[in-house]
Ligand binder design. Structure first.
Ligand code: MGD
Ligand code: MGD
Ligand code: SF4
Ligand code: MO
Length: 681
């Protein structure tokens, strides 16, 4: 075929879901650029994906099924045929099911591709047919959604791109310039019209550097700040009385609650100036339209859901939901429900199976009391050895000789090294999909641009082949990709999405979810006081509860480990743990390090460049010290994303240290409530 172009959409777990154009010459992708017609990404990609072809054509791609010949974790494999690999898996699965039942098999997947069918579709039917354990919980997003919905009744917030109409923009616990870069031009547009940008983050991020005002509370304390803001809003008559009277429940109870949260009290909890809290509350209560923008950063705390539940009370009190450019913008994923119904992938007649929270992978693999114990693990679209907290426990589980581990991957990740069988996975360039965004209001089409490299296959094809190898015959297990996709799209102009590469969701041009005060809660109002939360054993009102592993909670852990550890996304060329191993990405970001403020370093006689040990009762890391003014006293940071091979010593990574306590509700996990000590090596 002569040189031609193919439209696609970035599959990464990233809010921007950029449109792209691939130039293909004689079956080889020779160029990949942003689609200039895409209304949100407008022709731009990012420093990760600008060099996506380096990933696709990397000599390190896994292109053949592999079977383990070394010890677990060693990473020594031999190439085998598909038939051989499928045969090994099918016979082990049959043995396990006969001996212990299907629940001894655990599927584990994340959003390595967040495409509609390649993230999760036929796997649900296959693992349903096997009666396998069911994965629940989330590394990302569910706690934020559940917290927000406790107040508003749904996940729906404002359209993020409407920040362009805002007069005040509060970027609360989100590092927009790094993690959501295509939103920044919309923010700059508002700024050129006079908007003020405030960043609230325990770390002076690149986004904080670019803001008009940076507020730096201690991690996990923001709810106290919000309670004090509400104190000021109510005290000073800055609330929208009509809106509150008509559309909310529990204003009196809330007023009583925040009465005991004067700015002085929050200032102490958050380590902020009283004047700053007064000024922030007054600014918020007297600016319209005022948009709060948040993503995931604050959900990784034990009180994570309460953060989002309380945050949603702010635009409700000020009536900011009424205004375009007001309200609260978070993940847009629930808007995709308008045109996408992924419940069509659920198995027919599925029964209730044992549930395992994905954040507790290490616990599940090492728990002697689980009945049945996990005997087989199947991982795709994720790298849990590096991305899930308390990771050394996962490693311990994966080393079990009696565990049979199957991984579908593009590369030999830390997780894949522990596999017994590895199946080669295609990249987004080689597979059909549709991507629903969580950062904007467009669905993206992804036409395969090239044929699968080597013997790699899309996840859906792996499930079809495995179903066949298991001797299953139900036709729903063998549905083809196009049919799966089309069955999940409702009311989408499929001709248009294929021709343009994207289509806007079937929602109004102006997204004002609660302007008229219709909240889909049990009471039909925004629930400042929530009966449902009370029924579930939570505080029915916004409340500040310090995370149990935190300076505010104190106790013996804090005495041994007095520093709070943040492990944020940090590198422009990384997307979670993907890319760190590529020569065009990893080396250009340097190496992992521990960052701390001058006072904490001085107390430990540490200078920049010194080797240090960072440890707690979970694990220990050896890292180079970097002294910065980005962090305040008592808070240190180690960037997330690097693999074992990038770390010295035993190959522990940032998540070897992190806390696997679940969040208050929503099924997420408290990575950022981690205490450590640091000392010179
Ligand atoms: N370059 C790049 N972009 C990415 C990713 C990546 O790995 N690299 N990952 C993608 C993914 S999966 C996601 S979910 C998004 C996440 O996007 P964001 O939510 O914007 O990013 P995070 O780095 O998880 O967290 C944002 C900020 O929250 C802060 N934070 C932590 N605890 C608290 C707290 O208690 N209070 C406050 N106020 N702030 C707190 C952290 O210091 C951090 O700066 O980014 C996506 N985009
Ligand atoms: N300490 C700390 N931990 C964190 C975070 C943090 O900020 N700090 N962030 C958390 C967040 S928000 C998230 S979302 C998670 C991410 O956690 P993961 O999803 O586990 O992380 P990724 O590195 O994105 O791993 C995705 C893997 O999927 C593979 N993959 C990509 N496409 C395909 C495909 O089509 N088929 C198959 N079979 N495989 C594919 C990639 O090669 C890659 O290895 O990490 C969480 N962990
Ligand atoms: S990773 Fe995010 S910013 Fe980069 S191309 Fe993909 S969607 Fe766009
Ligand atoms: Mo995420």
């Amino acid at each position: 075929m002569p040189q031609h172009t193919v439209l696609g959409t970035c599959h990464h777990d990233c809010p921007d879901s950029c449109g792209w154009v691939v130039t293909v010459d004689d079956g080889v992708a020779v160029k990949l650029r942003g689609n200039p017609d895409h209304p949100y990404s407008m022709g731009q990609l990012c420093p990760k994906v600008n060099r996506f072809l380096d990933r696709v054509y990397s000599p390190d791609r896994i292109l053949q099924p592999l079977s383990r010949v070394g010890t677990k974790g060693e990473g020594r494999f031999e190439e085998v045929s598909w038939e051989e690999a499928l045969g090994q898996v099918a016979s082990r699965f049959h043995q396990i099911i006969d001996r212990s039942g299907g629940e001894a098999i655990l599927p584990w997947w994340d959003a390595g591709t967040q495409g509609l069918i390649q993230m999760s579709s036929l796997d649900r039917r296959l693992f349903g047919a096997l009666g396998a354990s069911e994965l629940t919980g989330s590394l990302c997003g569910a706690t934020a959604g559940a917290g927000f919905a406790a107040t508003t009744g749904s996940g729906k917030g404002s359209d993020p791109s409407d920040v362009q109409h805002s007069n005040l923009i509060i970027l609360w616990a989100t590092n927009t310039k790094l993690t959501n870069r295509h939103l920044w031009p919309f923010i700059e547009k508002a700024r050129s019209n006079g908007a003020t940008v405030v960043v609230i983050d325990p770390m002076r991020t690149a986004t904080a550097e670019a803001a008009d005002w940076f507020i730096q509370p201690l991690p996990g304390t923001d709810t106290a700040l919000m309670l004090a803001m509400m104190h000021v809003l109510i005290r000073d008559g800055l609330i929208d009385d009509d809106y509150v009277a008509q559309h909310t429940t529990g204003i009196e109870e809330l007023a009583q609650r925040v009465a005991i949260w004067p700015p002085e009290r929050a200032a102490e909890v958050c380590a902020l100036d009283v004047d700053d809290i007064e000024r922030l509350a007054t600014m918020y209560g007297s600016s319209q339209p005022a948009m709060i923008r948040t993503l995931i950063g604050a959900e990784h705390h034990e009180n994570g859901a309460m953060f989002f539940r309380t945050l949603a009370c702010l635009p409700t009190l000020t009536g900011s939901w009424r205004h375009l450019g007001g309200g609260l913008a978070r993940s847009t994923e629930t808007y995709a429900d308008t045109n996408v119904d992924d419940s069509v992938f659920d198995p027919v007649g599925s029964t209730n199976r044992r549930k395992i929270n994905m954040n507790h992978l290490g616990r599940a693999l090492t728990d002697q009391s689980l009945d049945p114990a996990i005997s087989a693990l199947v991982v795709w679209n994720g790298n849990p050895v590096v991305t899930v907290p308390n990771a050394e426990l996962i490693r311990e589980g994966l080393e079990r000789e009696d565990l049979f581990t199957v991984v579908s991957e593009q590369f030999m990740t830390d997780t894949a090294r522990y596999a017994d069988v590895i199946f080669p996975a295609t990249t987004q360039l080689e597979q059909l999909d549709v991507v629903a965004s969580w950062g904007h209001m467009y669905l993206g089409w992804n036409e395969p641009a090239i044929a699968p490299l080597g013997e790699s296959v899309p996840n859906t094809e792996l499930w079809r082949r495995l179903s066949h190898a298991m001797g299953l015959t139900d036709p729903e297990l063998f549905e083809d990709d196009e049919s799966l996709l089309l069955s999940a799209l409702t009311g989408v102009d499929t001709a248009a999405i294929r021709t343009d590469g994207f289509v806007r969701l079937d929602i109004p041009d102006e997204v004002l979810p609660y302007a008229s005060g219709e909240f889909p809660t049990p009471s039909g109002k925004a629930e400042l006081f929530s009966e449902s939360l009370r029924a579930d054993g939570h505080d029915p009102l916004p409340a500040f509860v310090p995370p149990s592993e935190s300076p505010a909670a104190g106790g013996p852990i804090y005495e041994s480990f007095p520093l709070t550890l943040l492990t944020p996304k940090h590198h422009v060329r990384f997307l979670n743990t993907s890319y760190t191993h590529l020569p065009s990405h990893g080396p250009r970001e340097g190496a992992p390090f521990v960052e701390m403020c001058p006072a904490d370093a001085q107390e430990r006689s540490l200078s920049s460049g010194d080797p240090a040990r960072v440890w707690n009762d979970r694990s220990s890391l050896e890292l180079e010290v970097r002294i910065t003014d980005r962090l305040r006293v008592g808070v240190v940071a180690v960037p997330f994303g690097w693999w074992s091979s990038d770390h010295q010593g035993r190959g522990a990574t940032a998540n070897s240290l992190t806390n696997d306590t679940l969040t208050d509700w929503g099924g997420g996990v408290a990575y950022s409530d981690t205490l450590v000590q640091v000392a010179r090596l």
